[in-house]
Design a protein around this ligand. Structure first.
Ligand code: ADP
Ligand code: MG
Length: 351
């Protein structure tokens, strides 16, 4: 009855993922005094007591949309499903404490397969020191679905939101960008080769970093601690799940500011650069739009520059401007190019 057969309804792809979320959630009003932050950040924030706040975030991974089991081992999938949630907790400047895990699986999956999935979940829970406290299990008519909810805590007043960036703040990113997307390109290419010649043995060694970033990402649990040690509190923060440009635009929209991002400052691993050359792709475009890096993007006050400038984990890639100036990439040649969100968009994946 709601199928778009006679063109009287609106295709969900037309709004884009973020447009659809805005459209569906715009009428929700916060009623509870304990809801410090509702929809619109990496996690919601709930007041617990006079000292602590609770953060809550959830992510859904669907076979055929978010992962392909022909090259994603189930153990890695379980690990990654946890990581993508923890990354959102760290992006609030919080420490993750618990997760719940819900799965839907078709009878195509034997118990052993789900045991593998849970071996990955267990490994992540061990490494990140969190408890698995519940979930739900049901059957699916087609593929595999995993939904994880992560909880975490932060001292009252220490949560960092997307909305806190101010003019003249520095824009900082952790690690390097684009590797997870290039890892996906490598795995997709090998899958095609395998279809033609099932006896082929792929040599993934030259792409080891890229494949690892795609199949076994980590969340930046070190950064909240590092920033505390450096005595730097970010003014705004977000994790990079959809691509640098999309996340910069989220910070700018929430903070009502503009931004200049410098192309020559974007951190890239040598494997990303060489593989982009091989695939005839522009490495800046990949860093901007690739996604799944699970690095942290944050802004700091300019006076904090001496505390962060020499840190090998942190790259200063731009600065915050007045909202009227817009959001731009300053190219190596000095051209000012408006930044648009070309983040990976599951709703338009077929287009
Ligand atoms: P992230 O990429 O950090 O996981 P999302 O872009 O998925 O964040 O979500 C942005 C915000 O919208 C979050 O606050 C999230 O909780 C909220 N959100 C996403 N989907 C829905 C939905 N279907 N209903 C209500 N809120 C949603
Ligand atoms: Mg996020």
């Amino acid at each position: 009855m709601f199928e778009n057969k006679d063109n009287t309804t609106t295709g969900i792809g037309s709004l884009g993922e973020f447009g659809l979320i805005d459209h569906l959630t715009k009428n929700f009003k916060i009623k509870q005094k304990s809801t410090v932050k509702g929809i619109g950040d990496d996690a919601a924030v709930i007041s617990c007591n006079s000292k602590k706040e609770l953060v809550v975030t959830t992510d859904l991974l669907l076979e055929g949309v978010h992962f392909d089991l022909s090259y994603m081992p189930l153990k890695h999938l379980g690990y990654k499903a946890v990581i993508v949630n923890l990354s959102d907790v760290y992006a609030m400047n919080a420490e993750p404490t618990q997760i719940t895990v819900s799965i839907a699986a078709s009878n195509r999956f034997p118990v052993e397969a789900l045991e593998e999935l849970y071996a990955g979940i267990t490994a992540a829970a061990q490494i990140y020191n969190i408890d698995v406290i519940g979930g739900d299990t049901t059957s699916s008519t087609t593929g595999l679905l995993i939904s994880i909810t992560a909880l975490g805590t932060v001292n009252k007043g220490e949560a960092v939101y997307r909305s806190g960036a101010n003019e003249n703040d520095l824009l900082v990113v952790t690690g390097d960008l684009g590797a997870a997307y290039m890892g996906l390109q490598i795995l997709e290419r090998e899958k095609e080769v395998f279809k033609v010649n099932p006896n082929s043995q792929p040599d993934l060694e030259p792409y080891s970093y890229l494949v690892e970033r795609q199949l076994k990402p980590e969340a930046r649990k070190d950064i909240t601690r590092l920033l505390k040690e450096l005595e730097v509190k970010p003014t705004a923060m977000i994790d990079i799940s959809d691509g640098l440009s999309s996340e910069i635009l989220h910070i700018c929209k929430s903070s009502k500011v503009g931004c200049n991002l410098y192309e020559d400052k974007i951190p890239l691993d040598p494997q990303v650069i060489s593989t982009c050359e091989e695939f005839k792709l522009d490495s800046t475009t990949i860093a901007l739009s690739g996604g799944e890096d699970y690095e942290l993007l944050f802004t700091v006050k300019q006076e904090d520059f001496p505390k962060i400038k020499a840190n090998p984990h942190l790259s200063i890639i731009g600065h915050i401007t007045n909202e009227k100036e817009g959001v731009h990439l300053i190219s190596r040649a000095g051209a000012k190019i408006p930044l648009i969100a070309r983040g990976w968009n599951a709703l338009n994946a077929e287009e």
